[in-house]
Design a protein around this ligand. Structure first.
Ligand code: SF4
Ligand code: FE
Length: 494
């Protein structure tokens, strides 16, 4: 790889520049109880940085898929930073997400920022229309710089929430939701924490947003603000992923996916100052719900990323069946068909939501909400079934393989080589590698992204069911049935 000559302020051109841009930031990052001085060089963190770097590679390799001309700057910008100006732009986001899922086999972490940018674009416009504020121009000014410098934005929505039966201002501890603690002439000071923050340490900016519908009493909690990740007062506490420490062992045979992983962390925001130019909501409580709804509408169909990751797992299942010598068995073929059916059902709802995009008052495009919620609801279920089928095809060795240490042992190695072989002509090591990949995706590090993140990311299953219930147009459907059944409308029956 070529050395990077990137210096702060320069546009990031490629993977090398991106990785260089993360170095030397002196972030307050904690992992396994220790301060990580340079996350870029940490063996557990680096695979998550590689996954974001893949988004920069894709612009170089497939610019038509991963970049678009910006209306704000006139330049061609990374699609993750682009404001969708047409339904085609929204569709292209999904195609890019599936491709990156195929290339990384994990969460590449940038969709939260993309969806936050697109929902923030609309909501700032709508707040200004209602209140005569100037948020939209501020937002565009900030975004134009981010686009030009080609930076990574992490969307920070999920608060820690404390007592789930209580709203932000009813909590015993006021810091359970991020809130404004001081207003100054030059800006605001905010405090709180954001949980499960995907890719935050690998970002350059975080965009803080409210996490739920707010009431008049919650005015201090209605805040949207962009904060540079290196700002003093931010602490990042890394979430553990199962099998994460395998990345610290030499060799990599037990890792499964040595190149890529996701990243989730807790961000503690301890009295962080934000200048007015980076404040995009300040007390307009009635727009919190709209922002959450627009964000989740985008984000719930962004989960077609899991169809790309599913492509990898289906491929791994087909490979292990082949290595085991049973690729032609009819029940094996049928299980692969079932996996593909489930996977394409995820993609089908997501891409349909994007094709059904319509313009917002601000002029950008937003996908269909009902189909997006159906996509995400499918994502809460189908990866588990796809994972179950992959483990079915893998056999018990997926959980009983001895470690790389034994493979390297002079006496044990040859025994394992002999007794873990599959079909003639397939190196035993290939069989081990694909079994470790299936383990990685269904119960190891990248099961965080493929399974549990699929369940809870962008809202847990019940959140989608509430939205599906709201948007399913049941009265209209009853009307269709009444019409065909010959039921006359009478009085108040409706
Ligand atoms: Fe993107 Fe998927 Fe990761 Fe969410 S889980 S950030 S949609 S890759
Ligand atoms: Fe997510």
């Amino acid at each position: 790889m070529t050395e990077s000559t990137w210096t702060p302020g320069d546009p990031i051109r490629n993977r090398a520049d991106y990785i260089e841009s993360l170095r030397g930031r002196d972030l307050n990052v904690w992992l396994l109880g220790e301060r990580v001085v340079e996350p870029v060089d940490h063996p557990i963190i680096r695979p998550s940085i590689n996954a974001v770097a893949a988004t920069y590679d894709l612009v170089v390799e497939q610019p038509e898929l991963a970049s678009e001309k910006s209306e704000l700057t006139g330049e061609t910008v990374n699609r993750f930073l682009h404001v969708a100006g047409s339904a085609d732009d929204v569709v292209a986001q999904n195609k890019m997400q599936r491709r990156l899922g195929q290339l990384t086999g994990t969460c590449f972490q940038r969709c939260v920022g993309m969806d936050a940018i697109n929902s923030g674009y609309t909501v700032t416009y709508n707040i200004d229309a209602a209140h005569g504020t100037g948020y939209h121009e501020r937002f565009k000014d900030w975004l134009a710089v981010v686009q030009h410098q080609n930076l990574v934005v992490g969307g920070a929505m999920t608060d820690v929430k404390g007592d789930r039966s209580k709203g932000p201002s009813e909590q015993a501890d006021p810091d359970m939701f991020v809130h404004i603690v001081e207003r100054r002439e030059d800006g605001i000071v905010i405090r709180g924490a954001k949980a499960h923050q995907t890719g935050c340490i690998n970002s350059h900016w975080i965009l803080v947003m409210p996490t739920m519908r707010l009431t008049e009493a919650d005015a201090e909690y209605a805040v949207v603000a962009a904060i540079p990740v290196e700002t003093a007062g931010l602490t990042f506490i890394y979430g553990r992923q199962s099998c994460d420490t395998r990345a610290m062992e030499p060799g990599g045979l037990d890792v499964g996916n040595a190149l890529y992983s996701g990243q989730e962390a807790l961000i503690v925001i301890d009295d962080v100052f934000v200048p007015w130019e980076h404040v995009f909501m300040d007390g307009e409580v009635e727009f919190a719900a709209e922002l959450v709804e627009r964000f989740t509408t985008y984000h719930r169909r962004s989960y077609v990323c899991k169809a790309g990751v599913g492509d990898v797992l289906i491929g791994a299942a087909a490979l292990i069946a082949d290595y085991n010598g049973v690729a032609d068995a009819s029940h094996i073929k049928d299980k692969l068909v079932e996996m593909a059916h489930l996977n394409e059902t995820i993609y089908g709802a997501g891409i349909a939501a994007s094709y059904e995009s319509t313009p917002t008052p601000a002029g950008n495009y937003e996908n269909d909400g009902l189909l997006a919620n159906v996509c995400k609801q499918n994502v809460t279920r189908f990866p588990y079934e796809i994972g179950r089928l992959a483990q079915d095809l893998a056999g018990g060795a997926v959980v009983t393989l001895p470690s790389a240490h034994e493979w390297d042992h002079p006496d044990l190695g040859p025994l394992l080589e002999k007794y873990f072989q599959g079909r003639e002509g397939v190196p035993t090591e290939h069989r081990v590698r694909v079994l470790r990949l299936i383990e990685n995706m269904t119960m190891g590090r990248n099961a965080v992204g493929y399974l549990t993140e699929s369940l809870h990311g962008a809202g847990s299953p019940q959140a989608q069911r509430i939205q599906i219930g709201r948007q399913m147009e049941i009265e209209e459907k009853k009307g269709f049935a009444k019409h065909l059944a010959g039921i006359e409308e009478q009085g108040t029956e409706g």
